[in-house]
Every structure is written in structure tokens, then in C-alpha cells.
Design a protein around this ligand. Structure first.
Ligand code: URA
Length: 475
């Protein structure tokens, strides 16, 4: 019997070196005993030689799955994986045998790991430690179900490249410092501060996206399992939010906005000769008045007012949304409703000051469909966006921003005149005619619509990273 003692549980490189040696030596699974070093003894005996590179040919997918599944806490995992590898050497189609009990186990274990990784991406919460030489440092405490730190650290490296951070777990820690990722021993929760400003932002965000009318407690628990709650600042608010959900739904019903503003009747009588001529507009204030008188397309008929952009004329960054929503239509200002709240928090987190930005929309009137007492948002058509570009171009001419950030697909069309998916444009810096830079990201209301909390948190982190990139680009 060969005995293999693994020094670092969950370390794929160590397990793979041992497995390759055994496979190359033709050692059958029943002749190997796998143990963790905590159970005593030192590294495995020298009878097991490392296999010369390239001698074993195993399905790539299987090796990738093994790389994840080795992180599973089940003590039998190294032996089970070895048995599967052994069989795969002689059966190239092993992975496709879905009724095979070992393959079934492998797929389930892989699913558990991927789920754990997903949860860790979503539920790690950093606390600020301080700042040194202009670089902020953060720490987070997290208790994953499996030994997945190695699988998740690269995600945080990409997301939080510009700051120093450590993620401490009971068994290991990942440290990103001076743009180098290293691993160290595990730690305890008291190494990480209990709360800070970032935490308050999470709680505000969670409170803002919590929709009492949509709450499904079972689904919510499935997405944000209770075991994570103790380390999630926003989870402290779950019970009170749930307790008040019914009352909030009632309040929402009572306060539902009436369908069309009575004033809108008078706009219907507008005639074409009211069309504003561009050369009459000499200032942003005049432009705002002219937007309110716009009759270029029929959307003015039902909206309360035209909503022009707002912000300093000298703003370096222009943020373009889709169109005013219900609240914006009533208040006459962009991004003052729920999407605006999400945007405000993301801007703050990205280090951007809203008052320094010029915020506007691709379409200046609210397009909606009356439903009972409510006004339901409707996407503007390409034609409506294209007609309204006249205003966006005017705003651009006044502000001359260095960078435009488009929020969502309508904004992207408004700024570029072309339809393109956000996915295809995101992540790169584009240049518009005249040299203005453009980056494309999602619309904040997309985050409000995601029912999966973990996914929403992930998407939000990417959104904040896009905004932070905008800040750096315009700096
Ligand atoms: N959504 C937008 O696109 N713009 C706003 O101003 C508000 C919500």
C-alpha cells in the first residue's frame, strides 16, 4: 500500500504531482491511501516518483473539474479523484457517463464548489483599514464552506486591483499588496474591524433595493443562506425590513403616482411651429427651458415635462441615462428616483462626486404605459432616441466632456448613433468623433431588476469598478 500525505489540503498542484506519479507508476487506486498531514507523518514516500511531463493524457475538462473539486471538504476527495483519473486513463468518455455513480458524485461536488465560489464573490465585505502613501487598504473576514480561497482570490484581484486588501478565512488568507497576490495562514474574525463606512453603504444599498412587494422569503434565503448573515452588514436589516414589508406595500399602493399629470392635456395641443431653433439657445439654462417645450416627437404628449441634463458646464464626465422615470418626470431632474439612488451610492463608492458630473438622458421625456394608477416605464424606440439626439448633442456642445459614460443600451445608442450590445462595448475605452472618450456600462435600474441577490451584488461591484475607471480616465 502506498501512502500519500498531502501537506496542504485543497492544494491542487500538490495533489496533481502525487497523482501523476502514481498514475505513471501504474499504481491502482485500491493500493493508495491518501491522508492529510494533520493526521501525522510527512510527505509521501519516495517510491512515488513524479511523472515526466506530458506522459499522461487526461481529458482537459476532467483536470479542470479536479482543480475545483480538490477544494471540497470531504476527506475522501483526493482518493475519489484519483480513482476517477485512473478510470479516465482507460475510458476517454468517462465524464459523459452521467449514470455512473462516481461521475454523479464528481458533478455534484463540482456544483457545490462553484456555488460556494459564487457566494464568496457576492458576500465578501471589505472593511477599511487605513491609507498609506495614497493607497487604501481593506480587510475582509469570510468563512467559505469549502477551501476555495485560491479559486476566488483572482476575482477580487481583478475587481479591486487598485487597493491593497486581505481576505482572511479560518484556514488561509489571500493578500493583495503592491500588485502581488500571496497566500498565508488562516486567522480569526477579530483581525478584521467590525464595521466601517463601506458597511453603511452596503446597508443603504440593500435597503434601497429591497422591494417589499416582491419579497419571497424562501427564495431570498436560498440566495443568501442564513450562515452568511452574521458577516453581512446588510443582513442585520433583513428582519426589520421583512417585518415592515406588508406595511410598506400598503404605503406604496396608497402613494402610487396617478397615471398622467392633468397638465399634459395642454401639451397635446402643441403645434409644430413651437419647435425650438438651435441658435436661440445660448446657455444650459435656456437649453433646459427649450427641452421642456420640445415637441420633436410625440413623447411630450403624456409626460409632465421635458427633463434636461444637470451639472456644471465644466464637468469632465457626462453620464448619460436612458430617459426620465416616474419621479424624474414629476420633479424635472434626472436620476432622482430609485435608479438615481443606486447610482448615487455607486458613484460615491467609485470616488465620484455627483455634483461634479453632468447627468443627462438619451431621451428627455418619460415614456410610459398607464396601468391602473401607475405609470409603467417603456423603453424608447431607436427612432425616439435618434430624434432626441439633437438635445444630447446640444448638451455635449455646451459641456464638452472629456469622457461620456453611457448607462444602458439606449444611452449607448443616444451617444453613438448605433445599436450595440453593452457586452460588446464594455471594458474598453472608445473614442467618439471629436476625440471625446466613451465607456459603456449597465443602467443602474438593471441592478434593481435582478432577483438574485448574489448576482446583483456581483453586477454592482462591476458597475462600481466601471465608474471608478471613468474617474481615473478623466483625472
Ligand atoms: N433612469 C434614467 O435612465 N434616467 C433617469 O434620469 C432616471 C432613471
Amino acid at each position: 500500500m502506498r501512502e500519500v500525505v498531502l501537506k496542504v489540503p485543497g492544494d491542487f498542484a500538490e495533489w496533481r504531482a502525487a497523482a501523476r506519479g502514481l498514475l505513471a507508476g501504474g499504481v491502482a487506486p485500491e493500493d493508495v491511501s491518501w491522508r492529510g498531514s494533520a493526521e501525522g507523518a510527512s510527505l509521501f514516500g519516495d517510491e512515488v516518483a513524479a511523472a515526466p511531463a506530458g506522459r499522461l493524457s487526461l481529458p482537459r475538462e476532467l483536470v479542470e473539474i479536479a482543480d475545483r473539486v480538490i477544494c471540497h471538504r470531504d476527506a475522501e476527495v483526493p482518493a475519489r479523484l484519483y480513482r476517477i483519473m485512473w478510470r479516465a486513463l482507460h475510458d476517454r468518455n468517462l465524464l459523459a457517463r452521467t449514470t455512473d455513480a462516481e461521475i454523479d458524485w464528481l458533478r455534484k461536488a463540482d456544483k457545490a464548489i462553484r456555488r460556494d465560489v459564487h457566494k464568496m464573490h457576492a458576500f465578501v465585505r471589505f472593511r477599511r483599514l487605513g491609507e498609506e502613501a495614497g493607497r487604501e487598504s481593506f480587510a475582509a473576514w469570510f468563512e467559505p464552506s469549502h477551501r476555495i480561497l485560491r479559486l476566488t482570490a483572482p476575482f477580487f484581484q481583478r475587481r479591486f486591483y487598485g487597493m491593497d486588501w486581505a481576505i482572511v478565512t479560518p484556514e488561509a488568507r489571500a493578500i493583495w499588496q503592491d500588485e502581488t497576490l500571496t497566500y498565508g495562514p488562516g486567522g480569526t474574525k477579530d483581525e478584521v474591524p467590525d464595521s466601517d463606512v463601506v458597511e453603511d453603504q452596503w446597508r443603504t444599498y440593500y435597503g434601497a433595493i429591497f422591494n417589499p412587494a416582491r419579497v419571497k422569503v424562501a427564495a431570498m434565503r436560498a440566495e443568501m443562506p442564513k450562515k452568511y448573515w452574521k458577516n453581512l452588514p446588510e443582513a442585520q436589516d433583513i428582519a426589520p425590513l421583512l417585518a415592515g414589508a406588508e406595511a410598506r406595500v400598503e404605503r406604496m399602493r396608497a402613494e402610487a403616482v396617478s397615471m398622467a399629470n392633468p397638465l399634459t392635456g395642454k401639451w397635446r395641443t402643441r403645434v409644430q411651429d413651437e419647435l425650438t431653433r438651435g441658435d436661440e439657445i445660448a446657455t444650459l439654462a435656456e437649453l433646459a427651458k427649450a427641452v421642456d417645450r420640445c415637441t420633436r416627437c410625440p413623447l411630450y404628449c403624456d409626460a409632465t415635462q421635458g427633463v434636461a441634463g444637470e451639472g456644471p458646464e465644466a464637468a469632465r464626465i457626462m453620464l448619460v441615462g436612458e430617459q426620465p422615470g416616474d419621479q424624474e418626470d414629476l420633479q424635472g431632474r434626472p436620476f432622482v428616483g430609485p435608479a438615481g439612488q443606486v447610482l448615487n451610492e455607486a458613484l460615491e463608492e467609485a470616488g465620484l462626486e455627483r455634483t461634479q458630473l453632468f447627468l443627462t438622458n438619451a431621451v428627455k421625456h418619460f415614456k410610459f404605459e398607464p396601468r391602473g394608477k401607475r405609470r409603467l416605464h417603456q423603453n424608447p424606440t431607436n427612432a425616439e432616441i435618434d430624434i432626441c439626439r439633437w438635445w444630447l448633442d446640444k448638451e455635449r456642445a455646451f459641456v464638452q466632456p472629456e469622457l461620456i459614460v453611457t448607462l444602458g443600451a439606449s444611452a449607448l445608442r443616444g451617444a453613438t448613433g448605433k445599436s450595440a450590445s453593452i457586452k460588446s462595448m464594455r471594458g474598453a475605452v472608445h473614442e467618439l468623433e471629436g476625440g471625446t472618450k466613451l465607456i459603456a456600462t449597465i443602467h443602474p435600474s438593471f441592478l434593481l431588476r435582478l432577483p438574485d441577490r448574489a448576482r446583483a451584488a456581483e453586477e454592482r461591484a462591476i458597475f462600481v469598478a466601471d465608474l471608478a475607471r471613468a474617474r481615473r480616465l478623466a483625472a
